[in-house]
Design a protein. Structure first.
Lengths: 124, 136
């Protein structure tokens, strides 16, 4: 199932709704990298609250999204990693290293606003 | 629900199906939500390995009972190229595919028991188990 991406001001918000297959993850990667250019977005939030599992492929792809979009001039924040998922990622040996994370959507927006010094509606 | 489930793996949707079946079956045993996530993550790694290296194979999930102790057994089987050097394949960050090399050693860390058998050009079988907490 494709991940819906909402445009809000200078931000893109990708809200993962259900279990992701590998091709869904790759599609999300392509979509975000493309839309950053189309909408001249400065920040991206990927909300993974609904994900109950994140294996090495999903983690690596999220890191890829953060790196690729940074090269396109946007900061990415991953929000909503569940406690169980965090536990499993560490056991697995997977870290998101230099990727920004935040507890939830609200914290993610606050983080981007601070990074980009934008008002939270991102309109100006 | 029967206590053995076979999930054929040949597409990335099958990887998702294997995870879901694994969660359903394990949930019967009273695992904590953390343990459930560890099991499902391990299943995901093995199912993906099948796709990456063998194109197709199967995941068999079943409940096991050892002296009253219950557990989940996950078998990942393929008739792919096999692994020439198992010791190397079990090492962290070693990968011949385009993975991270976390699949096998990572899955081993997530489970209680882990055994792998592989023969070049015959295939690979991984059997892993996790024991449920004993009920009082």
């Amino acid at each position: 199932m494709a991940v819906p991406i909402l445009k809000q001001g200078h931000y893109l918000i990708a809200s993962i709704q259900a279990a992701l297959s590998d091709s869904d993850v790759l599609q999300l990667q392509d979509d975000l990298v493309e839309q950053v250019g189309r909408f001249r977005s400065r920040g991206i939030i990927v909300d993974v609250t609904a994900l109950d599992v994140m294996d090495s492929f999903a983690s690596r792809s999220l890191r890829g999204i953060a790196h690729m979009t940074r090269l396109r001039g946007a900061e990415t924040v991953i929000v909503g990693i569940q406690p169980e998922v965090a536990f499993a990622m560490v056991q697995l040996g997977m870290s998101l290293e230099d990727v920004h994370t935040a507890l939830d959507l609200e914290e993610g927006l606050t983080f981007l606003d601070a990074q980009l010094k934008e008002p939270s509606d991102g309109e100006r | 629900m029967s206590d053995e489930v076979l999930v054929p793996v040949s597409t990335d949707a099958d990887v998702v199906a294997a995870r879901e079946k694994g969660r359903e079956l394990s949930a019967q045993l009273g695992f904590s939500s953390i343990d459930l996530t560890l099991i499902v993550t391990a299943i995901s790694e093995l199912a993906r390995n099948i796709l990456l290296y063998a194109d197709r194979g199967e995941i068999v999930l079943r409940l096991d009972n050892d002296d009253g102790r219950q557990g989940i057994v996950v078998v990942a089987r393929d008739e792919g190229p096999g692994i020439p050097d198992l010791e190397l394949a079990m090492r962290d960050s070693y990968s011949t595919g385009n993975g991270l090399g976390l699949g096998l050693p990572g899955a081993r860390r997530l489970m209680d028991e882990f055994a792998i058998q592989s023969e070049v050009s015959k295939g690979t079988t991984v059997v892993m188990k996790k024991w449920a907490p004993e009920r009082v």
